[in-house]
Design a protein around this ligand. Structure first.
Ligand SMILES: Nc1ncnc2c1ncn2[C@@H]1O[C@H](COP(=O)(O)OP(=O)(O)O)[C@@H](O)[C@H]1O
Ligand SMILES: [Mg+2]
Length: 224
């Protein structure tokens, strides 16, 4: 089921210090679609993605994910919908005390199908997809920033989410790693029919998307 955003408006702060950051954003993303969101720094990309990801409550407009209206949800409902979303942020928050395998597998814990026997092979396959086969027993601290970012991508994708939200996922990656990461997300969208939304400035990866949307001062328009 698609992601529908209708007339989403968002303001930080109150009174004279308030600042309207999203000014009536509307778009729809269909199953299997990869959307790239570009736009200058401060234009509202991250704010929009955190609202769609059920990480930030909002008051004006409508966001519907796979048939669920985010506005009607309580804390428990938001938690449930977040379980179906894979997040990739600039800051990856890997756990230093866990191995690479364990970091990726942690994302599977709590899923109904989670099991000792199947979690490791799933983690292994996803690490291979991002070019890190054979690195599972190491620790994040022994990896480069780009490798750590790829582990974070594997962690987000391994649970096979319905929606993937990635905020500047290739910012710290070289060209080859950036393509691997984008290809892994593209692949999942095509195979599983999930929706992928990626905020990025990285022109090298634009061609992987189905559509590009451009954010300008809180307004979103389609490019090309
Ligand atoms: N927590 C916050 N409180 C107040 N203003 C914020 C907050 N987060 C972001 N902003 C402001 O909202 C605007 C949009 O930010 P953001 O969504 O991060 O844009 P982008 O991701 O496109 O760079 C910026 O002007 C930023 O300073
Ligand atoms: Mg941002």
């Amino acid at each position: 089921m698609p992601v529908i955003v209708d007339n989403l408006t968002y303001t930080y702060g109150k009174g004279t210090l308030s600042r309207q950051v999203l000014k009536g954003v509307s778009f729809q993303a269909n199953d299997g679609e990869v959307l790239i969101i570009t736009g200058p720094s401060g234009s509202g990309k991250t704010t929009m993605l955190t609202i769609i990801g059920a990480l930030r409550p909002f008051a004006q407009g409508r966001v519907e994910i796979h048939g669920v209206d985010l506005k009607g949800l309580d804390t428990r409902g938001l938690l449930d919908i977040r379980k179906r979303i894979g997040f990739v942020f600039q800051k990856h928050n890997l756990l230093k005390s866990l191995t690479v395998y364990e970091n990726v597998e942690a994302s599977l814990h709590g899923l109904p199908e989670s099991s000792e026997e199947t979690n490791r092979p799933r983690a292994h396959a996803m690490l291979r997809a991002v070019g890190l086969e054979g690195r599972g027993h190491g620790y994040p601290d022994a990896m480069s920033g780009g490798e750590q970012q790829r582990v974070a991508v594997a962690r987000a994708l391994v649970r096979l989410p319905d929606l993937i939200i990635a905020d500047e996922p290739t910012a710290s990656l070289d060209a080859a790693s950036g393509r691997l990461v984008m290809a892994a997300m593209r692949d999942l969208a095509t195979k599983l029919g999930c929706v992928v939304m990626i905020a990025t400035h990285d022109e090298r990866v634009f061609d992987i998307a189905d559509r590009r949307l451009h954010m300008n001062d809180g307004r979103l328009e389609q490019v090309g």
